[in-house]
Design a protein around this ligand. Structure first.
Ligand code: COA
Ligand code: NAP
Length: 274
C-alpha cells in the first residue's frame, strides 16, 4: 500500500491544539485537507488558531474554549464538534501543564493541578470522544512525555501524570481495539520554539546542554512531531496500536542524563531548605 497522507474531509480534533506542538499537528492536518477542530482554555488562542487552520488549507475549521479539567465542558465541546463535522477519524489529546519544582517545594495543589490537566484531562477527552469515534478506523493520539518512563528531578508531578497517560493508552487499546479504534502515545523530545522546552531549558546554557545530549545533534521541530502524528492518523498505521513512540532523536536512551542532574541541582540551589 502506498503511504497515503490525504486527509481530505477526514475529521481531526486536537484538544490543547492552540499553541506549540499540538497547533503544529493541527496545522499539518489542515494542510492535508482535513476538517480540523481545536480546543483550549483561551478563546483568543482558539480564534487565532482557527484562522491559521483555514489559511493552511483545512476543508473546514472550528474551535471551542474549555478546560480539560471540567468533564462536562469537554463533553459539551466535543459534542459541538461532532454536530458540525460528524464522526471523528483522529482524536488528539495534548493539553498539559508543567513547571519545574522539587516535590518538597510543591504544594499538594501544585501536584494535583498537573495530574488534573495531563492525566484526568486525557481521560475526560477520551471518554467524551468515545461515542463520536469512527468505527472501525478511528485513531486516538495521546501526547505524552519522556517523564512517563524516566524519573526526572523537579518533575514528580509530570512523571506521575504522563505515566498514567501511557497506561491509559495501553489499556484502552485493549478495551477499544475490539471496536477497531487504535490508540497510541507520542513522546516528544525537546521540541524547539515551544513552551514546554522553554520551561525546562530556559537559558542558552540549558538549551545547549540539551542539544549536546541529543545523539542526532539537534532539538526536535514541530514538523517532526506533526509527521509522526500524520502517520499515526493515516491508514498506513492501520496495524499500529497500544504503542508509545518517541520522537526525540534518541535523547532518552540516555535517561534524563546530565541535563536532568543539572536541573535537579539548579532547583536545589534555589530551595528554601538551602
Ligand atoms: N512552582 C511551584 N508551584 C507552582 C508553580 C511553580 N513554578 N506554578 C504554579 N504552581 C502552583 C500554584 O502555586 C498553585 O498551587 P497553590 O494553590 O498551592 O498555590 C498550583 O500550582 C496551581 O497554580 P495555578 O496558577 O492556580 O494553576 P492554573 O490552573 O492557572 O495554571 C499551570 C496551570 C500552573 C500548569 C500553568 O503553568 C499553565 O496554565 N500551564 C499551561 C502551559 C504549559 O504548562 N505548557 C507546557 C506544557 S509541557
Ligand atoms: P503549549 O504550547 O503550552 O501547549 C499546551 C496546549 O494545551 C495549549 O493549546 C494550551 O492552551 C492548552 N492547555 C493547557 N492547559 C489546558 C487546560 N487545562 N485545558 C485545555 N487546554 C489546555 O505546550 P507544548 O510545549 O507545545 O506541549 C504540548 C504537548 O507536548 C504537551 O502535552 C506536553 O506535555 C508535550 N511535551 C512537550 C515537550 C516540548 O519539548 N515542548 C516535550 C515533552 C512533551 P490554553 O493556554 O489556551 O489553554
Amino acid at each position: 500500500m502506498a503511504l497515503e497522507l490525504d486527509f481530505a474531509d477526514k475529521v481531526v480534533v486536537v484538544v490543547g491544539g492552540t499553541s506549540g506542538i499540538n497547533r503544529g499537528v493541527a496545522e499539518a492536518y489542515a494542510s492535508h485537507g482535513a476538517k480540523v477542530a481545536v480546543a483550549s482554555r483561551s478563546q483568543d488562542k482558539v480564534d487565532d488558531t482557527v484562522a491559521a487552520l483555514q489559511a493552511a488549507g483545512a476543508t473546514q475549521a472550528m474551535g471551542a474554549a474549555f478546560d480539560v479539567r471540567d468533564p462536562q465542558a469537554v463533553a459539551d465541546g466535543l459534542a459541538g464538534f461532532h454536530n458540525a463535522f460528524g464522526d471523528f477519524d483522529v482524536l488528539i489529546s495534548g493539553a498539559a501543564g508543567n513547571f519545574p519544582a522539587l516535590a518538597s517545594e510543591m504544594s499538594v495543589n501544585a501536584f494535583k493541578t498537573v495530574i488534573d490537566i495531563d492525566l484526568m484531562g486525557t481521560i475526560h477527552v477520551m471518554k467524551a470522544g468515545y461515542a463520536f469515534l469512527k468505527r472501525p478506523g478511528a485513531s486516538i493520539i495521546n501526547i505524552s512525555a519522556p517523564q512517563a518512563f524516566i524519573p526526572y528531578e523537579g518533575q514528580a508531578h509530570v512523571c506521575a501524570a504522563k505515566a498514567g497517560v501511557d497506561q491509559i493508552t495501553r489499556t484502552l487499546s485493549l478495551e477499544w481495539g475490539v471496536e477497531g479504534i487504535r490508540i497510541n502515545s507520542v513522546v516528544p523530545g525537546f521540541i524547539d520554539e515551544t513552551e514546554g522546552a522553554d520551561r525546562l531549558a530556559p537559558t542558552p546554557q540549558a538549551r545547549q546542554a540539551v542539544v549536546d545530549s541529543v545523539p542526532l545533534g539537534r532539538m526536535g521541530t514541530k514538523t517532526d512531531m506533526a509527521n509522526m502524528c500524520l502517520f499515526l492518523g493515516s491508514d498506513a498505521a492501520s496495524y499500529v496500536s497500544g504503542t508509545v513512540i518517541n520522537v526525540d532523536g534518541a535523547l532518552y536512551q540516555r535517561g534524563s542524563g546530565q541535563f536532568g542532574q543539572q536541573m535537579g541541582a539548579m532547583l536545589r540551589s534555589m530551595s528554601s531548605r538551602g
